[in-house]
Ligand binder design. Sequence first.
Ligand code: PGA
Length: 253
Amino acid sequence: MRKQIAAANWKMNCTLQQANDLLDGLIKENISISPDREVIVAVPFPYLMMAKEKLKNSIGFKVAAQNCYTKFSSAFTGEVSAAMLESIAVDYVIIGHSERREIFGEDNKMLAQKVDACLSNNLKPIFCCGEPLQIRENETQNEYVETQIKEGLFHLQSDKMENFVVAYEPIWAIGTGKTATAEQAQEMQQHIRNVFKEKYGEAIAQSISILYGGSVKASNAKEIFSKPDVDGGLVGGASLIVAEFASIIKSLK
Ligand code: PGA
């Protein structure tokens, strides 16, 4: 049975003190996470080791980086490799967030290499996909997201699909307060699962957790997560408020 996941994406937020307080606040909530669920906290690079240390006794809590580079090591000033992240026992890496795609020009080809870098260093990618507003208005979002999935992931053999997480995040819903309806999320995520099914078969398609992201809040999480192909959420803004994120965790199926 695939996992239901609440993933916090802090983005480029928090000083050390704020990061400390946010993690402590989350731990204090003392939420018990059953084996079929997981909570992932994607913190900025400087706080990864602190997050690992603080969450080490919190069962079901995992730590993610928000990016990594394609290469193992060498002269790439300012970059962080998957090997480095593995060496500090990071669990997941967000790959292909729309902010990386749009602001930093990361294309599907590069993201496919980042996915490989993660997998060869025992890191699980949280692979993000999602269409801009214009594509949604043209009603070509299914093809658009399908291409992102195919170009980013379809070079992988079946045995690599284990523990893989996908996050569908329509760009028009990120940080805008404009959430996709639960029906829109379900419709796309069912489509994504079908795309996996065509290539890898039913069993693998059913084993992949597909998260929804884009203005998920305590007030809408339960309804969105209730949909059959929505296995939780990737949460930005609301993950910076302990009570909000705690409530989102409790909204998992
Ligand atoms: P948001 O961000 O929840 O603030 O919309 C989600 C994300 O970008 O992962």
